[in-house]
Ligand binder design. Structure first.
Ligand code: TXA
Ligand code: MG
Length: 310
């Protein structure tokens, strides 16, 4: 993707003034602000209507910058080498001398960090002398945004600027791994768990539905299009939209296909945009045909299950 320098300049100018802007990432669009600024990060919570107790992910351009704020360890370095930049978020221990705003972490001594791959965001991060706190740009518990028009649809003029970056190539949030203790997965996401297992040479523990909530992605209702969802439906009722993994020969007006050939990667990429299309259609409820619970299918099912707690 070609970088539009005047857009980057505008983004930088607003961020330097402690404003929040929407930025593209390869997973989903984010609502970004200077992670070292309490003024900027407070605005993120307000715009998203996000409870202050839910900490934000901070986006870095490189390892050198991360080391100003966090301790790294050997597990982190192995995963970093293999998967960064990319759709993985690490929870690490925060250094005492770090300048990260206390609003980002809600006074925790840990920090969620990510190295985004999107060329536009990477270019912007390089031009800034602070990292960017950026949760997914959606109203809390609602659908995430995978292109600039999604952001405009949800926020209108409330967000001062949306940095254009085309459609997110992965289309679903990053996988979160906690490395502050024994490694564990806190959120399923765009990076498959078996790829992480292969690098660490063990089966990593999943803690995606804990009794104590660490991450909003673990809340029961999340990623919701605001319509009732029926999972594992063999058939759709007349007035229901029907989401099907693989395109079928029969095409009906209520059929929505996530992929041409059953690819789970393509399906993950199309999930939020399909739910958004249905939300904006005449259908008032959604039925989903079962999706294999493996690889990215597990992430898709996780999102659909949470979205169905309507
Ligand atoms: O792909 C992504 O990760 C996107 C893009 C924009 O980077 N961001 C994203 O942010 O999904 P958000 O805020 O919607 O989800 C971040 C998750 C939340 O569930 C939050 O609770 C968790 O990360 N988190 C943040 N800091 C944490 C910490 N110190 N310990 C545990 N979980 C943390
Ligand atoms: Mg989110």
């Amino acid at each position: 993707m070609k970088i539009n320098l005047s857009n980057i300049k505008k983004a930088k100018k607003l961020l330097n003034k402690n404003e929040c802007i929407a930025v593209p990432t390869e997973t989903v669009y984010g609502l970004a602000g200077n992670a070292y600024s309490s003024i900027a990060t407070k605005k993120i919570f307000k715009l998203k209507k996000r409870p202050i107790s839910n900490p934000l992910i901070v986006h870095y351009n490189n390892l050198q910058d991360l080391r100003k704020d966090c301790f790294t360890n050997s597990t982190f370095l192995k995963l970093y080498k293999k998967f960064c930049p990319g759709p993985i978020t690490f929870v690490l221990k925060l250094k005492k001398e770090s300048k990260i705003s206390k609003y980002v972490t809600n006074k925790r001594n840990t920090l969620a960090v990510r190295f985004p791959k999107h060329v536009v965001l990477k270019y912007l991060l390089k031009k800034l002398n602070y990292p960017l706190a950026a949760p997914s740009v959606n109203i809390s518990s609602k659908l995430s945004a995978v292109c600039s028009s999604d952001v405009k649809e949800d926020f209108g003029k409330k967000i001062k600027f949306v940095l254009e970056g085309g459609r997110s190539s992965i289309g679903i949030e990053s996988t979160i791994i906690d490395l502050t203790k024994k490694p564990k997965i806190l959120r399923l996401g765009g990076l498959k768990i078996n790829k992480i297992n292969r690098v660490l040479k063990k089966n990593i523990i999943k803690d995606i539905n804990p009794s104590k909530i660490y991450a909003p992605g673990q809340f029961k209702l999340h990623y919701s299009p605001g319509l009732p969802i029926r999972l594992n439906a063999k058939k759709a009722k007349d007035n229901e939209a029907y989401i099907i993994l693989k395109k079928t020969k029969t095409i009906k007006s209520n059929y929505y296909f996530l992929s041409k050939d059953g690819s789970l990667k393509e399906a993950a990429k199309n999930l939020y945009s399909t739910l958004r299309k249905i939300k904006n259609s005449k259908f008032k409820s959604i039925a989903i045909k079962s999706i294999p619970n493996e690889g990215l299918g597990e992430t898709i099912n996780d999102r659909l299950l949470r979205a169905s707690k309507y």
